[in-house]
Design a binder for this molecule. Sequence first.
Ligand code: BDP
Length: 596
Amino acid sequence: MLTVRQTPSRNVFSLDGVWDFRVDRNNCGVDDGWYDAPLKDSRPMPVPASYNDVVTDTDVREHVGVVWYQRYVQVPRNLGDDRLILRFGSATHAATVWVDGSEVMSHEGGYLPFEADITDLVEAGGSFLLTTAVDNRLSWHTLPPGYIHKDTQGNDVQKYMHDFYNYAGIHRSVLLYTRPAVSVTDVTVVTDIDGCDGIVSYTVEAEGAKAVSVRLLDADGNEVARAEGAKGELRVDDAHLWAPGDGYLYTLEIHADEDVYPQTVGIRTVEVKNSQFLINGKPFYFRGYGRHEDNIVRGKGHDNVMLVHDFELMKWQGANSFRTSHYPYAEEVMDYADREGFVVIDETAAVGLNIGLSGGLFGAPEGVPTKTFSDESLDARTQQVHEAHIRELIARDKNHPCVVMWSIANEPESNTEESYDYFKPLAEAAREADPTRPVGYVNVMLAPPSMEKCVGLFDVVMLNRYYGWYVDTGNLVDAEANLRAEIDGWIKLAPGKPIIFTEYGPDTLAGLRDFHRRPWSEEFQEDMFAMFHRVFDDVDEVVGEQMWNFADFQTVSGIIRVGGNKKGMFTRDRLPKSAAYDVRKRWLAMRDELGF
Ligand code: BDP
């Protein structure tokens, strides 16, 4: 799906602001036609934002089910023959949208955009009532999955197997935009390098267009190549490549009859070879973090201030990459990573596909199936949802040079035949949807090399390891020995595949200092990182260190979570813990030595 851009042929109007909002406590909104008239008893709610922490009412924060958003929208005058499209950047986790009482679309999955052509329902120069019902419930057929527990008073309590709070609402911008009746609806760009030249292959979809042509412009707006037709190949002499730390972008200006659409292009290649991860043919070492879209008050609501600030912090620390743990991030984040030259492992929302892990770590689920993959839990339908989600993510992010790999799941069960059967078609679907990028998944510590069944389906080994924290707690001597032994096991099991550590690190309470350097203290975080880094430096096959987490973040309450997960390098309000300085020193030295 194309990102929305303002162009000479397209106008974009933001519908962000303060909308009317109402919780549907009895789940009667649809039956009672809430979409057909101004919401009664509504309260104000900002868009975009999670609603949970905006309010002071606990029952709203913890509501399980549907909430309603509404506002009036002014339709532009002079629409002419243009089409008018209504687009949500995301709504978590499912949404249905009405325009003046007519249902125009519904979408499942909380982290990807959806849109509908509403031209025929509205009048140029008039206004319409826009209503959205957003459902935050998780089931065995959603990603991430979850289940509803009835408490002893019969109330619904949402349970889930992943370790971040189930923030909900309209998390990303809502836009209204126009485009000509015949217009560009999709483009796929694939780049290659030939000596000093760049090759840009493109395929444009523009149904009904009589003439399609493209111009490739450099960053100063100079034309460097052009072609006629919806499909073709451009050669850029002496190309300025997109590279880590050098987010150089060309623009493919696409003309389809009256329509003009600018697609940014970074010329670069990605390849996995001989235990190395190559970008533009050169070995790349990932330095960075797993992150979350998580902020005080706004929850998972996208915010450009925090976007730029977080990148400033990552650059300050010498990071060059991150993983979109554990769901697709806002399009603004991906655009910004492109232009800042950050390298991104793009992850689906498939997190918590592991009943064994959640039972062990986050408390045994009550009355739920004990098997992860079964007819009672994650089943064939979940697999279909997962495949559709992978394809939707790739359709959205395929043209981002920052994306160097797809991660199709985080810490799923991967040590059983059932897990192999579940993931085999999904890995194939990802490769079919994008033959140009490596495909991986992130392995959990419950599936070490002696038990792992799925690694053969993937191009890299991505490991989340907590030696010194969840195991060998506080004992970094044993932790180091066990970490080294396990890495040896992976090298034997998956020869030739590079290893990226996608999570490691202890919970650390900012301000807790300790002469004895014990767990939870800032000193222990320094020591645990130092131990992991010492090990990584000894192993050629390790090509990346992305610690857990960039910043502290909100989770459900629990006996192992004190006001959220505290594994941040930064606090939730983005202040550095002491280890941040050690890591900065290391990463800046690596940056100087290896390039970005
Ligand atoms: C891993 C998960 C991550 C958790 C982390 C932790 O991938 O989402 O937050 O461990 O326990 O299991 O801190």
